[in-house]
Design a protein around this ligand. Structure first.
Ligand code: SF4
Length: 256
């Protein structure tokens, strides 16, 4: 993304109960009008990108209206970070596409349902997220819909539980027609993250798989590895709200 990005953390609730949660305690619920004012402030301060996140934005009743408001205010990139589950309801997927969402980031904990659902502590959450991604793609492709194409990025937070299976996320991302696969450093201190040398080896294998399938991948939040092949993929993470109370720099990372 280029330009300034506004991050809107709009909820303190989530319909998953992940054992590792990047957003717990980092967000509070906001009313529609409060968020509209943030959107206006962001544009006044030069933002042309907005990310709706924290914790699960699809639980906010006004999300489609807020996406519309962002589009009408002139935001060029309107991104949603979501666990994807509620997009399985076509009405919501359609409302978001028609309102003008341009990018959706869906983090999945594992390439398979058992491990993902074990992490989210919600049976069926993997299958529902996959249905959500497919519904979004189908709606955005639908002939005659007054919508633009929506780019889906698959996120993969790297944990001790999944570090051995990172390469398997690559074909999954391909099957889901994601435009990119993003590996994200685990930041929740409650559960220890995997050792960095183990992460490095797993990422190199995943990178090879991504090359074979010509899938772009990126690394978010990682310190430099002693391997330039991985450092080249790193996206620097900016601290929240560094440019102004609600703005972060263009390299800001999507979160879930
Ligand atoms: S889906 Fe995201 S916000 Fe929800 S509990 Fe899991 S990590 Fe936290």
């Amino acid at each position: 993304m280029g330009g300034k990005a506004l991050i809107v953390k709009m909820m303190d609730r989530c319909n998953n109960g992940c054992r590792v949660c990047f957003e717990r305690g980092r967000s509070y619920p906001k009313e529609q009008r409060e968020i509209e004012l943030l959107l206006e402030l962001g544009r006044e301060q030069g933002a042309d990108q907005v990310t709706f996140t924290g914790r699960e934005p699809t639980l906010h009743d006004s999300l489609p209206a807020l996406v519309t408001a962002a589009r009408e205010l002139g935001y060029l990139v309107i991104q949603l970070v979501t666990n994807g589950r509620l997009m399985a309801y076509r009405d919501l997927a359609r409302a978001l596409v028609v309102a003008g969402v341009t990018e959706v980031l869906v983090p999945l904990w594992a390439p398979g349902a058992d491990e993902h659902d074990e992490m989210t502590r919600v049976a069926g959450s993997f299958a529902q997220a996959v249905r959500g991604i497919r519904a979004l793609s189908a709606v955005s492709r639908q002939e005659g819909a007054p919508a633009r194409a929506v780019a889906v990025t698959l996120g993969a937070p790297v944990t001790r539980a999944n570090v051995g299976r990172l390469a398997e996320m690559v074909p999954l991302a391909r099957r889901l027609e994601a435009v990119e696969l993003s590996f994200v450093r685990q930041r929740d201190a409650v559960v220890p993250p995997p050792p960095l040398d183990e992460v490095r080896e797993a990422l190199l294998v995943a990178l090879e798989a991504a090359r074979r399938l010509t899938l772009p991948i990126s690394l978010h939040g990682f310190e430099p590895f002693e391997d330039s092949r991985l450092d080249d993929l790193r996206v620097e993470e900016a601290a929240d709200f560094t440019l102004a109370p609600f703005l972060i720099s263009a390299e800001a990372e999507e979160e879930c």
